[in-house]
Design a protein around this ligand. Structure first.
Ligand code: G1P
Length: 304
């Protein structure tokens, strides 16, 4: 393998979740409630994301937060009064569910005082991360629990020492919503490509492919220096994609895994609704009754 010069065999053990955004696409729901705490069935979005990290062995999670978003941290704290009440009632199932939230990971926070972009948000994590590779999980998207992405990404990063991304194929007209990559085949395995170029939110006619960057990244610590050097780009924001493009240009290996599972995007009402319906349908306890109702509802012309 040509990339061994960057690899030192370490595996990322910390994750950063940028979650300081104002969530304007979800107002007024997100005026007082962080979008990361909107429930998908009976768990907030953020819990799915922390569970995804924990399932991949990442138990140190740094939330990059902002004003009015402290309740995100409360969700992962102990809640002795609620636990005592559930114990008294003998509701052990709910008790276990409540306790589980505080046992998933060690949650740390730092603040992004101004919304200067995703690159800037990741940059605020520098002192917590130190000199080690780490994962970034965007706070409003997650993948299917039984088709995890992070374990394979962590392993590719351990072997290459570089940047590891995940891609999904998007429609040509959607490229302006994502980071888009140009790629070539790699010798690392099926569905793993080598990235040759990265551009943030290109217009369809300028997009080098239809491979969009999904909100999961494994990054080497050298990204922090690159972020410091990154000037505002697309949307006037300091973009993580631009900082990664800089490392790529300087010779850091960048690979991507093409994800074949489903990605839930809860940052907008439509994607959020789809996530709620799909995950409710998959539940053993709710699914059968919910699906029967849904089929009925749709057959009835949605009672409109
Ligand atoms: C961010 C990234 C973009 C990536 C996307 C994935 O964009 O900047 O490269 O493709 O997340 O969801 P945002 O959704 O914050 O505009």
């Amino acid at each position: 393998m040509t990339t061994s010069a960057h690899a030192d065999g370490r595996r990322a053990v910390k994750a950063v979740i940028p979650a300081a955004g104002l969530a304007t696409r979800f107002l007024p729901a997100t005026k007082a409630v962080p979008k990361e705490l909107l429930p998908v069935v009976d768990r907030p979005v953020l819990q799915y994301i922390v569970e995804e990290a924990a399932a991949a062995g990442i138990k140190d999670v740094l939330l990059v937060t902002g004003r009015g978003k402290t309740s995100m941290v409360d969700h992962f704290d102990r809640r002795p009064d609620v636990e005592a009440r559930l114990e008294e009632k003998g509701d052990y199932e709910r008790l276990a569910a409540v306790r589980r939230t505080s046992e998933l990971a060690d949650i740390y926070t730092c603040r992004q005082g101004e919304p200067l972009g995703l690159g800037h948000a990741v940059g605020t994590a520098a002192s917590h991360i130190g000199d080690a590779p780490f994962a970034v999980l965007l706070g409003d998207e997650f993948v299917e629990e039984d088709k995890p992405l992070l374990p394979a990404m962590l392993e590719v990063q351990r072997r290459t020492g570089g940047i590891v991304l995940a891609f999904m194929e998007v429609k040509p007209e959607e490229t302006a919503r994502y980071g888009i990559a140009s790629v070539q085949p790699s010798d690392l395995g099926e569905d793993i490509v080598e990235v040759t170029g990265l551009v943030e939110k290109p217009a369809p006619e300028e997009a080098p492919s239809n491979l969009a960057v999904l909100g999961r990244y494994i990054l080497p610590p050298s990204i922090f220096e690159a972020i410091e050097k990154t000037r505002p780009g697309s949307g006037g924001e300091i973009q993580l994609t631009d900082a990664m493009a800089q490392l790529l240009a300087d010779g850091t290996p960048v690979h991507g895994i093409i994800y074949r599972g489903h990605r839930y995007d809860t940052g907008m009402p439509l994607g959020y609704l789809q996530a709620v319906v799909e995950l409710a349908a998959k539940r053993d306890d709710l699914g059968p009754e919910f699906m029967a109702w849904l089929a009925d509802f749709v057959a009835g012309g949605a009672r409109g």
